[in-house]
Design a protein around this ligand. Structure first.
Ligand SMILES: Cc1ncc(COP(=O)(O)O)c(C=O)c1O
Length: 344
């Protein structure tokens, strides 16, 4: 099977498995787990933030960020296709007790004028104040689109002028940095807090890091506990994360090249499927509308040909490249797709 459903399918490397076996352990919620502390220090350093907290998932990292930044009843402004609105089961309202307003955007970047108009510096007797501005890079539903640094800077400046904090869901932060050819710190400097996942293209089995100021992370640890996210002897997971940060970031550009190869080949089959210029990182969104068939049918048919892809919505498939997908796999997947496309 050629598995293009997600970069979360990546298996830990041999070096990760070895470091997991040898990890020094402690109780993360008592005296601390030394390996977790090392991972957190490394994550803070890599994002240029003062501190970081290890979280079981990206979903929890985002939820903890919402709880830590914003008080109940406030409003969160974020791009309308954000992962947290589509795929995090409403934690933003159900758990954090926040309202949200989806801001229209292009390629995952909020329209800054629309953001400015939606922003309310304070709660008044008539209007709920903005509690948080929230970005996502790379942007999942926008096909791995990278927020331009000037956009992030503008959003951050606008929020700051109004004393509103900014959180960024950087589940694939290092993919964004690789695509921009900058250090991840350059991306993270335009947000007060950022989270990233080690469980995706970086190939560690589990976990995400939430990074921000020391005071923010201290409070975040309390909310993590509230959500049941204390992990005790999490050293083995953190050990894999350390190897991920030390050895797996450099190779992400390879996944981007593979994705571009895929997008170009699909574009040659039919230009309506995707625009190769949109394949900025490791996600390719493929529009199958022209076939008149549901994305679920496409993924079921591709499966019979040994290719796994995820439907992104009724008309689109999501192909994600990662460490286990070679250029030859991409060519095989494209051939399978081309056969079905001709048939339908
Ligand atoms: C942009 C984005 N944010 C958050 C998450 C959630 O991460 P997790 O699956 O670790 O909860 C994902 C997962 O795919 C994602 O793509």
């Amino acid at each position: 099977m050629i598995d293009l459903r997600s970069d979360t399918v990546t298996r830990p490397t041999e070096a990760m498995l070895e470091s997991m076996r040898e990890a020094t352990l402690g109780d993360d919620s008592r005296d601390g787990d030394p390996t977790v502390m090392r991972l957190e220090a490394l994550a803070a350093e890599r994002t240029g933030k003062e501190a970081a907290a290890f979280m079981p998932s990206g979903t929890m990292a985002n939820l903890v960020a919402l709880l830590t930044h914003a008080s109940r009843g406030g409003e969160v402004l974020l791009e309308q296709g954000s992962h947290t609105l589509y795929a995090e089961f409403g934690g933003i309202t159900a758990v954090a007790g926040l309202m949200y307003r989806g801001i229209p955007g292009a390629r995952g970047a909020m329209n800054v004028n629309a953001l400015r108009e939606a922003l309310r510096p304070a709660t008044t007797r008539h209007q709920m104040g903005t509690a948080l501005v929230y970005m996502e890079t790379t942007h999942n539903r926008a096909g791995g689109a990278v927020l331009p640094l000037v956009h992030m800077e503008a959003v951050h400046a606008l929020a700051r002028e109004n004393n509103i904090p900014v959180h960024t869901d950087g589940a694939r932060l290092f993919n964004a940095a690789a695509a921009l050819r900058v250090d991840a710190r350059r991306v993270a400097q335009h947000t007060d807090s950022v989270c990233f996942c080690i469980s995706k293209g970086l190939s560690a089995p589990v976990g995400s890091l939430l990074c921000g100021s020391r005071a923010f992370i201290e409070r975040a640890r309390a909310f993590r506990r509230m959500l049941g996210g204390n992990m005790r002897q999490a050293g083995p997971l953190a050990a894999a994360g350390i190897v991920a940060l030390e050895t797996m970031i450099e190779r992400l550009a390879e996944d981007h090249r593979t994705a571009r190869r895929l997008a170009e080949a699909l574009h040659r089959i039919d230009a309506s499927l995707c625009d190769p210029a949109d394949a900025e990182t490791n996600i390719v969104r493929v529009d199958v509308r022209k076939s008149g068939r549901h994305a679920m049918q496409w993924s079921a048919d591709l499966k019979t040909k040994g290719v796994l892809v995820a439907p992104a919505d009724p008309h689109a498939l999501r192909f994600v490249t990662h460490r286990h997908v070679t250029p030859a796999d991409v060519d095989a997947a494209v051939n399978a797709f081309a056969e079905l496309w001709r048939h339908h």
